[in-house]
Design a protein around this ligand. Structure first.
Ligand code: C5P
Length: 287
């Protein structure tokens, strides 16, 4: 194979609950994630032995800080591959935005490189490599909808709800995930379990019900540091988007659209106020 292009979809967290702080510096969480049509794309081109990564955005590192580089190195070591590859990343997902862009690029590199180098795609084995790359990477190998436990890396696939209209608004600044987790104060009492209620709402593809159970425990932390995120939620509500939530550690806010027409109202109202506004839809798992 000489060339291969693979998609790396964005994700949103419909629920993100933080259970406890762990000794290894991570937090045990329970999160329900869904992938979106908004996606980066990775183009793989054969090279003799060396590994080269490039990106159409100059602010994205293309050295070992990039999960695509790490994914290729891990896969080559795991399967003793000697061939090289050039991977070009076309970014459409905003960076450090809570949408899993970098993680999804890493996941797409793992799956794409298996195909490219004729390695049988063994998702169980890839899950182990994916977890080494980051907490969100195992989910993004397949996407669709799933519950993530542990660091968010233990994946229990759920029936997805593809085709739901979403608006994404990103205020244009990056939010470092470790800082948000660090500033989180864990409550003494637990709130009621939205995750059990969310599952039937998703399998029935019922946007009103899904909207009732959206919850992100990291939101309070980011909202306090960046009032602009709250402002986005208020504007969306004023446009008729009642169900809106920050994704991951933020700052991107997603809104469940009751109809694509409401999306047009949002686009018109926000105009060029924010650097990234996008209407997209939820997707099922990747093939
Ligand atoms: O797993 P990932 O590399 O994406 O995580 C980035 C950082 O976010 C971690 O180093 C940690 O500070 C924080 N994190 C956490 N608990 C999680 C996931 C991430 O504390 N479950």
């Amino acid at each position: 194979m000489k060339h291969l292009t693979v998609k790396a979809p964005a994700k949103i967290n419909l629920v993100l609950e933080v259970l406890k702080r762990r000794k290894d510096g991570y937090h045990d969480i329970r999160t329900v994630m869904h992938t979106l049509e908004l996606a980066d794309s990775l183009t793989l081109t054969a090279r003799r032995t060396d590994l080269v990564v490039s990106c159409d955005r100059t602010d994205v590192p293309t050295d070992e800080r990039n999960l695509v580089v790490k994914a290729a190195q891990l896969l080559r070591a795991e399967y003793k591959v000697e061939q090289g590859v050039h991977i070009h990343i076309q970014k459409r997902i905003p960076v450090a935005a809570g949408l899993g862009g970098g993680s999804s690029d890493g996941a797409a590199a793992l799956v794409g490189l298996c195909r490219f180098w004729n390695i049988p795609v063994d998702y169980e084995r890839l899950q182990g490599l994916a977890a080494q790359l980051g907490s969100d990477v195992p989910f993004l190998l397949r996407g669709g909808c799933a519950l993530g436990t542990g660091r968010g890396d233990r994946i229990f696939p759920w029936q997805a709800a593809p085709g739901l209209w979403m608006v994404l608004v990103n205020p244009g600044f990056a939010v470092p995930t470790p800082l948000i987790y660090k500033n989180l104060k864990l409550p003494l009492t637990r709130r009621k379990n939205y995750i059990t209620l969310l599952r039937p709402a998703i399998s029935k593809k019922n946007p009103e019900k899904i909207g009732e159970y959206l919850y992100n425990q990291l939101e309070t932390v980011t909202l306090k540091m960046h009032p602009e995120v709250r402002r986005i939620k208020e504007i969306l509500a004023a446009c008729g988007v009642s169900a809106a939530l920050m994704s991951g550690s933020g700052p991107t806010v997603f809104g469940l659209l009751p109809s694509p027409e409401v999306g047009r109202v949002v686009l018109k109202t926000l105009g060029s106020r924010y650097p990234f506004i996008c209407i997209t839809r939820t997707t099922g798992p990747l093939d």
